[in-house]
Design a protein around this ligand. Sequence first.
Ligand SMILES: Cc1cc2nc3c(=O)[nH]c(=O)nc-3n(C[C@H](O)[C@H](O)[C@H](O)COP(=O)(O)O)c2cc1C
Length: 212
Amino acid sequence: MKIALINGSPKKKDSASGLVLENFKAFLTGDDQIITELHFYRPQISTEEVDKLMDCDALVFAFPLYVDAIPSHLLRCLRQLEWVLTALNGREILVYTIVNCGFYESQHNELAIEMMKNWSVRAGLKWGQGLAIGTGGMLNMLENIKPGQGPFKKMKKAFKQLANQILTRSSAETIYFTASFPRFLYKLGGEAGWRKAIKENGLKKKDLFLQK
Ligand SMILES: Cc1cc2nc3c(=O)[nH]c(=O)nc-3n(C[C@H](O)[C@H](O)[C@H](O)COP(=O)(O)O)c2cc1C
């Protein structure tokens, strides 16, 4: 079975989506799996990348939520792919999507997952499953803490479920994951990050509250 793992973050390095895929890969066990890893960080895909995708049985996208939706560069890539994929004539490719967001609640990703579902229908593909991840600001910790440990205790189960759908080529309802961490502490951490960033950019804390 050929599976494509596609990082849809515009960040060339250090993306949460990349770390999620890196950790998720370990759950796609089995001898006959061929994994192709791609990174769509620009608004177009090369013909070589298109060829690799057309040869796959499952496409697994992982991207950040941008303004409650799909990042615009990725949307362009999807539009480009649509033309090619609709010409496949009946070959069944399944689409799975992991969306992570900065907000605490994973439900914010629901619309973007719905958009991906609609895109798969339009591109003549079959929808598999979505995984919505909240607390995206904590995902950089995946470098040291594995799924199943600490705040990512419940991530192992979510990854197992998604991997199982992919390996059995089946579809299921969206899975929702938020790190096991108090909401108020997550918010405090996020606000500290904004204060640090504004200082580094030569502005004052009160400028965070400027209105147009
Ligand atoms: C332009 C932009 C728009 C964003 N919009 C949202 C949003 O609507 N909701 C949200 O929860 N997070 C939003 N975020 C936060 C990202 O989804 C979050 O930082 C994510 O973890 C980044 O993932 P990545 O490192 O894979 O790019 C936004 C970030 C950027 C840069």
